[in-house]
Design a protein around this ligand. Sequence first.
Ligand code: HEC
Length: 103
Amino acid sequence: MWIRLLFLVFCGLLVLWGCGESSPEVSGPDGQAIYTQNCVFCHGADGRRGLNGAGDLTASTLPLELRKEQITNGKGLMTPYKNILTPEEIDAVARFTLTLTAP
Ligand code: HEC
């Protein structure tokens, strides 16, 4: 009898675990949406536009931390975003620009 109960509990745990896995991730800011709203004008939808000397993001080798820093503080003609985006949004959009460099 108790074996059966244990079995049921075990199954319940598995189901819970399964649900945890399939449920959508805790949704943070949408990096792509932020990029579309703030960055496309200079960098272009695919990151290659390069208006006003904006770096070709697909060719950028800048690591994530430096991207976040540059987006936060700006550089040259690029706008600083520290008063426009939250740190979480800057993180999300920086991660999105990394996907533009993927082969
Ligand atoms: C006003 C135009 C403009 C906008 C808007 C803009 N950028 Fe830039 N961006 C530039 C310019 C110009 C550079 C090159 C700066 C330099 O090196 O002097 C640059 C460089 C970069 C680089 C570094 C590329 C490299 O390898 O050197 C990243 C990453 C970047 N931008 C991301 C973003 C993101 C993300 C956004 C939106 C949140 C954004 N930019 C919005 C103009 C802009």
